[in-house]
Design a protein around this ligand. Structure first.
Ligand SMILES: *[C@@H]1O[C@H](CO)[C@@H](O)[C@H](O)[C@H]1NC(C)=O
Ligand SMILES: *[C@@H]1O[C@H](CO)[C@@H](O)[C@H](O)[C@H]1NC(C)=O
Ligand SMILES: *[C@@H]1O[C@H](CO)[C@@H](O)[C@H](O)[C@H]1NC(C)=O
Ligand SMILES: *[C@@H]1O[C@H](CO)[C@@H](O)[C@H](O)[C@H]1NC(C)=O
Ligand SMILES: *[C@@H]1O[C@H](CO)[C@@H](O)[C@H](O)[C@H]1NC(C)=O
Ligand SMILES: *[C@@H]1O[C@H](CO)[C@@H](O)[C@H](O)[C@H]1NC(C)=O
Ligand SMILES: *[C@@H]1O[C@H](CO)[C@@H](O)[C@H](O)[C@H]1NC(C)=O
Ligand SMILES: *[C@@H]1O[C@H](CO)[C@@H](O)[C@H](O)[C@H]1NC(C)=O
Ligand SMILES: *[C@@H]1O[C@H](CO)[C@@H](O)[C@H](O)[C@H]1NC(C)=O
Length: 786
C-alpha cells in the first residue's frame, strides 16, 4: 500500500546534503533498452529536474487508440519536476501500451500518478485497473484517495515483473465502468539477473523457501538504513531506484545511532553482491544500537511497515560490517513479525569487513479482523546467548516486496484517509464549491509532512468567507515531520556545537540562539538554530519553518538540512552562511564597507528569493512577513539568501486578495498599511524590502533613536531628502562618488516606490528585480568605461 517509490522525488527537494552523496553510478553499458515515457506528451523528449530524459508515449499505443491528452491545471509546489507529472493521458475505455522487451529478463515497471484536474474531470472520480502480462497490478485504484491518505500530491508504483515469454509486454489500463483512468509516466526497465536470484527463506519454516521465478512483485519499501535519501540518478547500475532514509519507519524512541564507514574502509562488491543489488552508499551507512550494552540488551531496534493483508512479502536485509573485523564480535538475532528467523554475524556471512551481504526472508501476512493496521515488524536484538564481544546489532539497508497471490494479483484495496482528514474536508465542502481548494491545500501543506503515513496529522482550518482566503494553521505533532528532512539525534547536535557552547553562538533571535556547528563527524559546517522551548509561539514557527523550507528550494533561499526534536528540543539545522547577515556588513561593524556593486548583487539575490516566494511556488503566494537585513544571509561566495520563515504565510493566488492576520514583523520594517488594516499581502514584503534597499544605500539602521525626530526613521528621512532631490544627503558616506549617478537615481526611485504608503502603488517583486538588474547593468558599464 505504501510504496517507497511513492514518497520519492519530493525528497530530492528536501534536505539532501548533496556533498555527502558518493556518486557511484557507473555508466550502464550495453544494457537492454529501457522505456522512460512521459504520458500525454508528443514530439520532443523532456528532461526532468534530475536530468533524466522522458520520451513521448504516443508510439507505444495502438494506432486506433482513442485516449486523449491533457495538462494538469495546477502545479502542486511539492512536485519535484513538471516532467512527467504535469501531462497526463486520459482513458475512457480499455487501452494498452505495448513494449518490446528482452526475453528471459525480469522487468521493473514504474507507474507515475499525479491526481489533478485534467480536462475538468474530477480526480476523485477516476477508478481503474492496470494489468500487465496477466498480472493485476492495480484494481479499482483511486490515485486521488491514495494520495490523500498518504498526504502527498503524487506517487509512483514500482513492480518487478517476471520475464515475459512472448517478448511483448502489454500494459493494459481499464477504467472502471462510468469512470475514467489517467497516467502521467511509465518506465519499463530490464532488471539484471542477479537481483532476484535466490529463493527466500520462509519465516517460521526455516527449511522452506519461496521461489520467485514465476512470480511478480511490487516494491513496497526501499530504505537506506542509517543513511540518506538516494535519488534515482545516484542508484547503482543505472537502475534508477529510489532509496529513502529510515527514520520514519523506526518504532518508538529507541532508534539507536547512525554510523558511517570511516574513510579508510573500502566497501567493495563481490560476485555475490554486485552493484545491481544496492549502491555502496547504502552499505557505507548503518544504524546500530548504541554504545551501552545494558541499554542494548533491553531493547529491540525495530522498523515497522504497513502492508496489505493476504500476501506473501519478501523482506530483504542489507548488511555490511563497518567497525568490527572478527567473527563473534557483534552477533544479533533477526526477527520478522515477532518470530526469530536467524542469528546474524555479518563478518561470518561476508568473510570480511567492508564486504556487503544481503538476506531475503519471506513472510505470509494474513488479514487480522479487527486490526487497524496490518504491519510487518523487523527487529534486531543482541544475541545474548552466544556471548558476543559486543551486545549490538547493525543494519544497512532494507527492502520489502509484495509477491503476487495465486490469482496473479498484486492489487490491494484503496487506503482509507484518516478520519480527521475526512472531517476537515466535509467541513470545507459546506463553504466552497466542488473541486475544492482544500484538496489542493492539503496536497500543499500536507505534502510537506507526507511522511506522516502512520500518524494522522491534525489540521485546523479557518475559513474566512469574506475574502476567499483559506488559511491553515498546522498543529502538527513533530514526530510526523521526520523523514522529509534529516532528523538529527540530540547527541549529534551536542557533539557538533560542543554542547551548545556560548563561544559558538553566532546570532540571537526572537526564536533563540543560533550556533555555528558541524555535523557528520565534523565534516560539514552548519548553522544550528535552537529555539526556546518555553514559548508557544516558537512551536508554531518551528513547524512553519520546517514545512516551508522542506518544500522550497531556491538558490536565494537558505536551505534547511534537518531538525532535531528529541527531548522537546526545537532545533533547526541549516547550511552555514560563512559571511553572516547583510546587516553586519552595512553598519555598526568593523568589517570593510561593501562596494556598491556587491551591494547591488546582494539586493538582487534577495529580490530573486522573494520573487520566487511570491510567484515561483506555483499556486500559492508565500508572504515572508519578516524581511529585514538580518534575515538576508551571505554564503562564502557572497550569494545572498533569504532566511527565517517562521512567520511566513501561504495563500492561494487565485484571488487578488489579502490575509487577515495578527500584525507581526519587525519594527522599522513594518508596512504601515498592514499595520493599519491588519491585512497582509505580498506588498507588505515589498515595503520591508524597500526599507532594506534604503539601508543598503544609506548604511544606517531603519530606526536610530539618538537622532533628531526628523532623521530617526530611515524611511521618513530618506523620502524627505529624495523629495527635495537631495539623494547625496542620505547616501552611505563610503559610497560617495563611487556610484554611477544614473544607477543611483534608479535605485533610489525603486526603494521609494517600494515604501509607497498604499500597497497598490508599490511595484511587484518582479518589477523591483528588473529595476535592480538594470541598475547593475548600468554599474557594470560604468566599470568598463572607467
Ligand atoms: C548536487 O551535486 C551535483 C553534482 O555535483 C550538482 O550538479 C547539483 O547541482 C547538486 N545539487 C544541489 C541541489 O546542490
Ligand atoms: C473509443 O471510445 C469508445 C467510447 O468512447 C469505445 O467504445 C471504443 O471502443 C473506443 N475505441 C477503441 C479503438 O478503443
Ligand atoms: C498485446 O497487445 C497487442 C495489441 O493490442 C496484441 O495484438 C497482442 O496479442 C497482445 N499480447 C499479449 C501477450 O497479450
Ligand atoms: C515456471 O513456469 C514455467 C512454465 O510456466 C515452468 O516450466 C517452470 O517449472 C516454473 N518454474 C518454477 C520455479 O516454478
Ligand atoms: C509484535 O508484538 C508486539 C507486542 O509485543 C505487537 O504489538 C505487534 O503487533 C506484533 N507485531 C506483529 C506484526 O505481529
Ligand atoms: C524483541 O523482539 C522479540 C521478538 O519479537 C521479542 O520476543 C522480545 O520480547 C522483544 N524485546 C523487547 C525488549 O521488546
Ligand atoms: C504468482 O503468479 C504466478 C502466475 O500466476 C503463479 O504461478 C505463482 O504461484 C504466484 N505466486 C504465488 C506466491 O502465489
Ligand atoms: C482468488 O479468486 C477466487 C475466485 O474469485 C477467490 O475465491 C479467492 O479467494 C482468490 N484468492 C485469493 C488469494 O485472493
Ligand atoms: C472501489 O473503491 C472505492 C474506494 O475505496 C470503494 O468505495 C468501492 O466500493 C470500490 N468498488 C469496487 C467495485 O470494489
Amino acid at each position: 500500500m505504501i510504496s517507497t517509490y511513492q514518497i520519492l522525488l519530493l525528497l530530492i527537494y528536501s534536505c539532501l546534503a548533496n556533498d555527502s552523496i558518493i556518486v557511484l553510478s557507473a555508466p550502464y553499458e550495453s544494457k537492454p533498452v529501457s522505456y522512460v515515457l512521459s504520458c500525454g506528451t508528443s514530439g520532443q523528449d523532456a528532461i526532468d529536474s534530475d536530468g533524466r530524459k522522458w520520451s513521448s508515449d504516443v508510439n507505444f499505443l495502438s494506432p486506433s487508440d482513442n485516449s486523449t491528452t491533457s495538462e494538469a491545471r495546477f502545479q502542486d509546489p511539492s512536485l519535484p519536476s513538471t516532467v512527467p507529472y504535469m501531462n497526463a493521458r486520459i482513458f475512457t475505455s480499455k487501452s494498452s501500451y505495448s513494449f518490446i522487451v528482452p526475453p528471459r529478463t525480469r522487468l521493473w515497471l514504474r507507474l507515475h500518478f499525479y491526481p489533478s484536474n485534467y480536462d475538468n474531470l474530477d480526480p476523485s472520480e477516476a477508478y481503474f485497473s492496470v494489468i500487465a502480462d496477466g498480472f493485476t497490478l492495480l484494481k479499482n485504484f483511486s490515485a486521488s484517495i491514495t494520495a490523500k491518505a498518504l498526504t502527498q500530491a503524487y506517487m509512483a508504483r514500482e513492480f518487478g515483473l517476471r520475464p515475459v515469454e512472448t517478448g511483448v509486454l502489454n500494459v493494459t489500463i481499464v477504467p472502471f465502468e462510468g469512470s475514467y483512468a489517467f497516467i502521467n509516466g511509465i518506465e519499463v526497465i530490464p532488471m539484471p539477473k542477479d537481483v532476484f536470484q535466490h529463493p527466500a527463506t520462509l519465516v517460521g519454516y526455516s527449511d522452506q523457501h519461496v521461489d520467485l521465478h514465476n512470480s511478480s512483485l511490487q516494491t513496497m519499501f526501499r530504505i537506506n538504513v542509517g543513511g540518506q535519501f538516494i535519488a534515482p540518478n545516484y542508484d547503482s547500475g543505472g537502475l534508477t531506484r529510489t532509496w529513502l532514509d529510515d527514520s520514519m519507519y523506526l518504532l518508538g524512541a529507541a532508534f539507536g545511532v547512525t554510523s558511517k564507514a570511516a574513510e579508510n574502509i573500502r566497501i567493495r562488491y563481490s560476485k555475490d553482491v554486485t552493484e545491481d543489488i544496492a549502491p555502496l552508499n547504502v552499505y557505507s551507512t548503518a544504524r546500530t544500537m548504541g554504545p551501552d550494552p545494558d541499554v542494548n540488551r533491553n531493547y529491540n531496534l525495530t522498523w515497522v511497515f504497513r502492508v496489505d493483508p493476504g500476501f506473501i512479502y519478501v523482506v530483504r536485509l542489507h548488511f555490511c560490517e563497518l567497525h568490527f573485523t572478527k567473527v563473534n564480535q557483534r552477533v544479533f538475532d533477526i526477527s520478522v513479525n515477532n518470530q526469530t528467523v536467524e542469528k546474524a554475524d555479518v563478518i561470518a556471512w561476508a568473510g570480511s569487513q567492508g564486504l556487503p551481504v544481503y538476506k531475503d526472508y519471506a513472510v505470509h501476512v494474513e488479514d487480522q479482523p479487527g486490526a487497524d493496521d496490518i504491519e510487518i515488524w523487523v527487529a534486531l536484538h543482541p544475541s545474548v546467548s552466544t556471548k558476543p564481544e559486543h551486545y549490538d546489532a547493525i543494519l544497512n539497508g532494507l527492502e520489502v516486496f509484495k509477491v503476487n497471490d495465486t490469482n496473479a494479483t498484486l492489487a490491494g484495496l484503496n487506503p482509507e484517509p484518516s478520519a480527521m482528514l475526512v472531517n476537515a474536508e466535509e467541513h470545507e465542502k459546506e463553504f466552497s464549491p466542488p473541486g475544492s481548494r482544500l484538496g489542493r491545500l492539503l496536497g500543499e501543506v500536507a505534502g510537506g509532512i507526507f511522511c506522516s503515513v502512520l500518524v494522522a496529522a491534525i489540521f485546523v482550518f479557518v475559513h474566512r468567507r469574506s475574502n476567499n482566503w483559506l488559511m491553515i494553521d498546522g498543529d502538527f505533532h513533530t514526530s510526523t515531520i521526520g523523514g522529509h528532512c534529516r532528523r538529527f539525534a540530540l547527541w549529534e547536535i551536542k557533539q557538533g556545537t560542543n554542547s551548545f557552547d556560548e563561544s559558538n553562538v553566532i546570532g540571537i533571535g526572537g526564536f533563540g540562539n543560533v550556533y555555528k556547528g558541524t555535523i557528520d563527524h565534523g565534516t560539514t559546517k552548519v548553522a544550528i538554530k535552537r529555539s526556546n522551548p518555553n514559548s508557544e509561539q516558537g512551536v508554531k514557527e518551528f513547524h512553519t519553518e520546517i514545512q516551508m523550507l522542506s518544500k522550497l528550494r531556491h538558490q536565494h533561499l537558505v536551505s534547511l538540512i534537518g531538525f532535531c526534536d528529541e527531548n522537546g528540543e526545537m532545533i533547526l539545522v541549516y547550511d552555514y552562511m560563512a559571511n553572516g547577515t547583510l546587516r553586519e556588513h552595512l553598519y555598526n561593524t568593523d568589517k570593510p564597507p561593501l562596494p556598491w556593486k556587491k551591494r547591488l548583487e546582494i539586493a538582487i539575490g534577495a529580490a530573486k528569493g522573494l520573487h520566487y516566494l511570491h510567484t515561483g511556488a506555483a499556486k500559492y503566494t508565500i508572504i515572508h512577513r519578516d524581511v529585514k537585513t538580518t534575515n538576508i544571509l551571505l554564503d562564502d561566495k557572497w550569494v545572498s539568501k533569504v532566511s527565517d520563515f517562521g512567520l511566513s504565510k501561504i495563500g492561494s493566488n487565485d484571488d487578488q486578495t489579502h490575509v487577515n492576520t495578527m500584525v507581526k514583523g519587525s519594527f522599522g520594517y513594518l508596512d504601515p498599511e498592514y499595520y493599519r488594516r491588519q491585512q497582509l499581502t505580498e506588498k507588505s514584503d515589498v515595503y520591508s524590502f524597500g526599507v532594506v534597499l534604503f539601508e543598503v544605500l544609506c548604511g544606517r539602521p531603519p530606526l536610530k533613536r539618538n537622532l533628531c525626530r526628523e532623521q530617526a526613521c530611515l524611511v521618513d528621512w530618506a523620502l524627505h531628502c529624495l523629495r527635495k532631490g537631495n539623494v547625496h544627503e542620505i547616501i552611505d558616506p563610503c559610497l560617495k562618488g563611487k556610484v554611477n549617478p544614473w544607477c543611483l537615481e534608479i535605485f533610489a526611485e525603486t526603494a521609494q516606490k517600494c515604501v509607497s504608503d498604499c500597497g497598490s502603488n508599490r511595484p511587484s517583486m518582479g518589477d523591483v528585480l528588473r529595476n535592480l538588474d538594470f541598475c547593475l547593468q548600468l554599474e557594470e558599464n560604468t566599470d568598463t568605461l572607467l
